[in-house]
Design a protein around this ligand. Structure first.
Ligand code: GAL
Length: 653
């Protein structure tokens, strides 16, 4: 199936035929078709059902389920079941169990209990994936494949087993060749950590008495990232060979952070992710206030959701993605799991489309009457009655959502390695890579602007008018080269901690910015970590505009070499020092001030002739081709730009 040929958004649902009696299957498939669904995703946790005993396969039930979907006119996305190795496999090979950061072996009885460093487990995965792909790889009703399920999720990205440590030592030897090189790269002279043999190096967990060496942690993250990518590639290779005409994707998680998703997506046909807007706000957005969490408790925050959509659209250079699991009722895993507001499922579906989704697959068809997810909802309740989300999906008209391209004028740069180094030493309880990134993103979105989120290396030959790098902390030589080339033609804005770390996580010998020194024309004077009760005043350097701005949590001051100051601090230990600088097309913003960053983005947009429109609270605008989607995430109607938008709803202009 050529997934690129679909004219409009398609819908589907995650289904678990093995959770209900077979007598229900026909009924469910008919109901799914009647609801307007085109796809079902199945199978991703069904290893035990497929292979109840080692080497003894039972395909009957899955053959029958796929046939029933086919008769109903629903295409199948098959998940490889490697997130749930069965009990007999664990009993035979206990060494495939994962080891957590307290060096505790994780026990059987839930999911994701495997160690992706285990050679035995890798072989077993190859065996089950081969068996599945041989059987269904050319099945006319199988549209494509999902590898595993949410790789690295639920604290499983880093592996602390003996196999992993040995693999890490080899990975380091390949990378550094000599221990001298490694000791220099990590700065091991500090606290007598110098290594005199590869076998002395371990994983960076349980280090006494304080945190591990950040350069070691950075390399360990890279190593585990490579390992996950490798683990997935074993499956991709098998499926490609046995199922060459079908697509392969993976369902990444909300704010997935623990491995390099750009690399992990490279050999997938397209990317998918699992969107739970309410849980996302409650559980992942640690920086949001109680007020915001309350206001958006039943819809999720529009910018949190769209930020994830924009990341996933950007992973393969701006291609359409799937939402492989879309919340369609209450979830079960956040601290609080309120019911979505009336209209929220339609709102999220339209938003996904506007940000580049090609298919939205709801999680799940029928709520489970057993086991860990009893408290989770589906489109239908445990007894089969249609639930609230079902009604909303029945009201959707996918013809309204054509799959035309998105053309953003603004790019925001995102980089996993910068995140890994930033988050080890945030130096402020309230700060993190995502918190800082989100602040810039949300400001841009609240001006009605569309954004592509891309990796800095994807800037080559860019056509953007404005490029913003909110937290590009780690700047390698390769990235520096691309940034310098971009700055010749394109307006750029950098946030705090830019180019503060080298590739191995040290501060450059010539200090912050040295990788891009000529481009920014400044040196760091000081940085200042503010507790939440402190603010820092900033004023324009030349008093052109009389506004004063308050920064919170983080301020940097700069020495001017060739750049000029646009704003400076007017009080405190950095009084009189530059807070915002400019050199040619490059602006550096050292202070986290909502109003100031917003004013600067607006100023850039005026200069670049990009039209902005201040959005009302909870209202957002997104464009796909010629279509403009206006959405109201408030639970009350809003008058905006001559439109009356009812509570929790969308209009297409
Ligand atoms: C996802 C997961 C699903 C299900 C769902 C519940 O993260 O992939 O299997 O557990 O959460 O919200």
């Amino acid at each position: 199936m050529n997934h690129a040929s679909l004219p409009c958004l398609t819908l589907g649902v995650c289904d678990y035929p093995e959770h209900v009696e077979a007598t229900q299957w026909h009924i469910h498939a008919q109901q799914q078709k009647a609801l307007g669904l085109a796809f079902v995703r199945i199978g991703e946790f069904s290893w035990q059902k497929i292979e109840p005993q080692s080497g003894k396969f039972d395909w009957q039930w899955l053959d029958k389920a796929i046939d029933i979907y086919q008769q109903a006119g629903l295409k199948v996305v098959l998940g490889t079941p490697t997130a749930t190795p069965p009990g007999w496999l664990v009993e035979r090979y206990p060494e495939i169990l994962a080891v957590d950061e307290n060096n505790q072996v994780k026990k059987f009885g839930s999911r994701r209990h495997y160690d992706h460093a285990s050679a035995i487990y890798r072989k077993e995965c190859q065996r089950i994936v081969t068996a599945m792909a041989e059987r269904y790889g050319k099945h006319p009703n199988v549209a494509g494949w999902q590898t595993d399920n949410e790789l690295g999720h639920e604290g499983t990205a880093q592996s602390y087993s003996a196999a992993s440590v040995i693999g890490f030592q080899q990975w380091l030897e390949n990378k550094y060749s000599s221990l001298d090189a490694l000791n220099t790269a990590w700065g091991t002279v500090f606290w007598s950590q110098t290594y005199s043999s590869w076998s002395q190096i371990s994983s960076p967990n349980l280090t006494a008495v304080r945190q591990a060496n950040p350069s070691q942690v950075l390399d360990f993250k890279r190593y585990c990232s490579d390992m996950i990518i490798d683990f997935q590639q074993l499956q991709i290779d098998i499926i490609r060979a046995l199922s060459p005409e079908r697509f392969i994707t993976h369902n990444f998680v909300i704010f997935a952070s623990e491995f390099d998703l750009y690399k992990a997506s490279k050999n997938l046909d397209f990317v998918a992710w699992d969107s739970y807007p309410i849980g996302m706000l409650e559980y992942f957005a640690t920086w949001e206030s109680e007020e915001i969490k309350t206001r958006y408790a039943r819809t999720g925050h529009p910018d949190l959701v769209s930020l994830n959509h924009d990341i996933y659209r950007g992973l393969k250079g701006g291609t359409d993605f799937w939402v492989m699991e879309q919340q369609c009722g209450h979830a079960n895993w956040a601290q609080y799991n309120p019911l979505p507001a009336d209209g929220a499922v339609k709102l999220w579906t339209a938003q996904a489309w506007a940000h580049g989704a090609q298919s939205v697959i709801y999680f799940r068809w029928r709520a489970s009457h057993m086991a860990q997810e009893i408290m989770h909802s589906g489109l239908r309740q445990q007894d089969g009655r249609a639930d609230r989300g079902h009604k909303e999906v029945s009201e959707l008209s996918t013809q309204m959502y054509p799959l035309v391209p998105i053309k953003a004028k603004i790019a925001i740069l995102h980089d996993y390695e910068s995140m890994w180094i930033y988050d080890q030493q945030p130096h402020n309880l309230k700060l993190s890579y995502w918190a800082q990134f989100y602040q810039f993103y949300s400001i841009v979105r609240s001006l009605g602007l569309d954004v592509d989120i891309i990796h800095p290396l994807d800037l080559t030959n860019n056509t953007y008018s404005l490029v913003i790098a909110p937290a590009l902390t780690l700047v390698s030589d390769e990235v520096a080269k691309v940034l310098k080339a971009t700055a010749k033609t394109t307006k750029m804005m950098f946030g705090p901690r830019t180019a503060f770390r080298t590739e191995s996580g040290l501060v450059p010998k010539d200090g912050q910015f040295s990788a891009i020194a000529e481009m920014v024309g400044i040196k760091l004077a000081n940085f200042d970590s503010l507790r939440p009760t402190l603010t820092q005043e900033i004023v324009p350097f030349d008093k052109v505009d009389e506004n004063q701005y308050q920064a919170k949590l983080w301020c940097e001051s700069y020495e001017l070499i060739t750049a000029k100051a646009l704003y400076h601090y007017s009080e405190g230990p950095m009084s009189g020092k530059a807070a915002v600088t400019e050199l040619d097309k490059v602006m550096v913003v050292g202070a986290l001030s909502q109003q100031l960053i917003s004013a600067l983005v607006k100023q850039c947009c005026v200069e670049l002739q990009i039209a902005t429109e201040e959005m009302a609270e909870g209202v957002r605008m997104s464009h796909r081709g010629e279509h403009c989607l206006l959405q109201n995430f408030n639970q009350h109607a809003v008058e905006f730009a001559g439109h009356s938008i009812p509570a929790v709803s969308s209009i297409i202009k």
